[in-house]
Design a protein around this ligand. Structure first.
Ligand code: SAM
Length: 279
């Protein structure tokens, strides 16, 4: 008989690990919620008690197990065209500005990073927005998007690009016609041309980000900082601002606290920040 009931000390240990490894704050009142999530996880992983699971997750070389556990503690919920104000800004200001700059610099490179990308809903929406804006000229650009997360299952789903219809509810209807193919059983797949422009990678935002090349024209880091403590948020925003190109933009979630971003960047709109352009 499996013993999945979390006891206080195990719950505290899980909270500590989630915070230490991934900066995630698990609220003190989340014990029963965690308990039910862990039951689901343990029925798949074959662990017979939380104590056994924790023991293994703490051992060297089992980072993958810890990631799996934490994945089940945080939410990967996302959807296409989330926070429409960001997509309107993209179409009306950011992309026109960038397009002018590319012409001026005789460059074809557009560098965008969807940090905490979940299953790619955000990254694919941005590719679709770029295709809408540039039309046939999109083919002349080198406009791949890097999509990163710690949730390995979400990253795998993203690379597959298949989603149930409710995730497209907020997307402009004509995008659905152009960029999705129906597979049956209420499931759609993002078309290959759009899938080809997103590269999924595992990346923990609370670790040093110096392996990234930087100079991003846009970084989206939305609806993840709510899980982090204050120091982790500030550190992250500082790292992200260093990775932006001069004049590059950072989008955060509308419910994310903007205070830290204001320290390093100019606020343009709620949840939109910009790094100063070189004068
Ligand atoms: C609610 S989703 C946000 C998805 C998308 N950005 C959006 O706004 O719809 C939060 C994501 O943050 C990821 N996450 C949590 N901690 C992370 C960390 N330390 N590094 C990278 N991603 C993390 C989770 O795995 C989850 O996929």
């Amino acid at each position: 008989m499996e013993n999945t009931d979390l006891v206080g000390a195990e719950f505290d240990e899980l909270r500590r690990l989630a915070h230490q490894k991934f900066g995630i704050i698990v609220p003190a009142n989340a014990q029963s919620f965690l308990d039910s999530r862990l039951r689901g996880f343990m029925s798949m992983s074959g662990h017979s008690s939380v104590a056994e699971l924790l023991h293994e997750a703490r051992s060297d070389g089992r980072e993958d197990l810890l990631i799996n556990v934490v994945e089940h503690l945080s939410t990967n919920h996302s959807y296409f065209y989330r926070e429409p104000a960001h997509f309107e800004f993209l179409a009306k200001r950011l992309l026109p500005e960038l397009s002018e700059r590319l012409k001026r610099d005789r460059s074809r490179d557009i560098r965008i990073w969807s940090a905490a990308a979940a299953a790619g809903e955000e990254a694919y929406s941005v590719v679709m927005a770029m295709r809408e804006f540039f039309g046939p000229h999109y083919q002349d650009l080198d406009a791949g998007i890097l999509a990163t997360d710690i949730a390995t299952a979400a990253l795998r789903r993203g690379a597959l690009g298949e989603y149930k219809s409710d995730l497209f509810r907020h997307m402009p209807p004509d995008w659905k016609q152009k960029y999705l193919e129906y597979l049956g059983d209420d499931t759609y797949r993002v078309i290959q041309a759009v899938r080809d422009d997103v590269m999924f990678r595992w990346l923990n935002l609370t670790e040093p980000l110096d392996k990234l090349r930087g100079r991003y024209h846009l970084i989206l880091c939305r609806n993840v900082m709510i899980y982090f403590d204050d120091a982790t948020r500030e550190n992250l925003v500082r790292n992200l601002s260093n990775l932006l190109a001069p004049g590059g933009y950072l989008f955060i979630g509308h419910t994310d606290n903007p205070d830290h971003a204001r320290i390093y960047l100019d606020q343009i709109q709620p949840a939109i920040f910009r790094k100063k352009a070189k004068t």
